[in-house]
Write a protein that binds this ligand. Structure first.
Ligand code: GAR
Length: 240
């Protein structure tokens, strides 16, 4: 049997992509094992899916952390190795029309949450982290602590559009509203921007004139469930 890579997963919701990856691992159609599933959102179906497959789960409740940061962030709340200037100079998530204070709050509050994720995740021997419907952006603070070897990407994301078109939080909605005749999904590596990292794979589908947004989402998800395991296998092939 081929050596298997260790994959960590982060989710925010229903976890149908997670399920597709779990199924591909269990049926040995990819050389991978999921070693944990974390969520920023308690009580979501994806956590149940992981537990059913005997995968360890955890929650870092982003909403609660951000709420508590709004009451004030003390120096001691921040990770010891947090350097605002460095992270500010690397980040490409927040545009120039946002005030310096807002950018600083964003980066600090996310780093508080990201440190909690890292404290749990770094205890595992992980080859790859997959974002499977994880609806939080990751800042350079987190990315640099996963991508520790220069030029080697270790975080993958699935996006519901054919990047570089329609980055952001509503890929299928944006595809639908634009009136596209073709939609699709993309698996890419995470870099410092929003949905800008190197593309690993894409799949497209036709949009008929009478397709609703719901039809597009359904067609898209079927493609996602095929694409994500294939891209994980591509990564495994590059390591094994
Ligand atoms: C999927 O459509 C995925 O592409 C999208 O969220 C959905 C999660 O579904 N991800 C993003 O929009 C990331 N920005 P799932 O929880 O059933 O896998």
């Amino acid at each position: 049997m081929a050596k298997k890579i260790n994959v960590g997963a982060l989710i925010s919701g229903g976890g149908t992509n997670l399920q597709a990856i779990i199924d591909a691992c269990l049926s040995n159609s990819i050389d991978a094992n999921i070693i944990f599933t974390g969520s920023d959102n308690p009580g979501v179906k994806g956590l149940e899916r992981a537990q059913k497959a005997d995968i360890e789960t955890f929650v870092v409740d982003y909403s609660q952390i951000i709420q508590s940061c709004k009451k004030g962030i003390k120096e001691t709340d921040l990770p010891e190795d947090f350097n605002l200037e460095e992270i500010q100079s690397k980040q490409q998530l927040v545009a120039g029309d946002v005030s310096k204070e807002q950018i600083a709050f964003f980066l600090k509050s996310r780093a508080v949450a990201e440190r909690k994720l890292l404290d749990i995740m770094l205890a595992y021997d992980m080859d790859l982290l997959v974002l499977a419907g994880f609806m939080r952006v990751l800042t350079p603070y987190f990315i640099d602590r996963i991508n520790t070897e220069s030029g080697i990407y270790k975080i993958m994301n699935i996006h519901p559009a054919l990047l570089p078109s329609f980055p952001g939080t509503d890929g299928y909605g944006d595809t639908f509203r634009y009136g596209c005749k073709v939609g699709g999904c993309t698996v890419h590596f995470i870099d410092y921007g929003e949905d800008t990292g190197p593309i690993i794979g894409q799949k497209a589908f036709e949009i008929k004139d009478d397709d609703t947004l719901d039809d597009i989402k359904k067609k898209g998800l079927v493609k996602e469930w095929e694409l994500y395991p294939q891209c994980i296998q591509k990564f495994a092939d590059s390591l094994i």
